[in-house]
Ligand binder design. Sequence first.
Ligand SMILES: [Cu+2]
Length: 284
Amino acid sequence: MKKLTYIFAILILSILTISCSSDDDNTPVEINPVEGLIMIYEIEATDHTIQIYSKKPNLEVGYNEISIRVKDLASNQFVSNLSPSWMPMMHMETMEHAAPHSMLTNAEESTVYKGHIVFQMASNATEFWELTLNYNLNGVAKEEVVNIQVIEPIDGLKKTQVFTGSDNTRYVLAYVNPKEPAVAVNNMQAVLYKMETMMSFPVVENYKITVDPRMSGMGNHSSPNNEDLIYNALTKTYDGKLSLTMTGYWKINLKLLNENDEVLKGEDVTEANPESSLFFEIEF
Ligand SMILES: [Cu+2]
């Protein structure tokens, strides 16, 4: 009986294997590597074209996911060995400063280089952002400087905080997820950078951000099962849970704590103190 079961199992397995492999052979999959993204800039250079993509139609103050690819006009192919780097720079009337940004990597699609930039402020009539791109094309080092437009978020909600902590350090904290909040316990994500100089913004590791969402329009009620944002070394983000019990406007009250649990910014929400000085806003 045991032997029979064994043979039967082998039979089932081989049927499954056959059906799987035949599926693979018969359905060619063509994937557009920039599916769902909007090309916001296209720069024509002499022998190549640079394309800059975003999920949103504009670059906004706050966290922006940006993808870049380069087409070699000689081969008419997108290049997968660019080794690119980038530097966002704001030229203000009296000074210049950079912005927190990640590296550009092509881990998911070999010809699409992805990264993020957290813009602290919007462009205006006299002050502007430039993005300098450095990369290799057929063994030749290239540099392209792109004038980019950064606007205030269209929804007018605060999702980026630039502040001085009680340790006298300047920080940039930006909301990342959920991009589409739901009435649920949402996975929440933020990024935290320290302003070392005007040009250098390293990721802050191993701090903690407490989460207290409130509906100020409804007696400032809270929600159960929120989880503090904890540093994730793999993604270099702060990850936790955001519980939203109904649709509407929520102020997500935050506190930033260092590795010794000392509060650097933000306050508890109490009867006497309805909101923290450190917060994000969402509406859905
Ligand atoms: Cu500026």
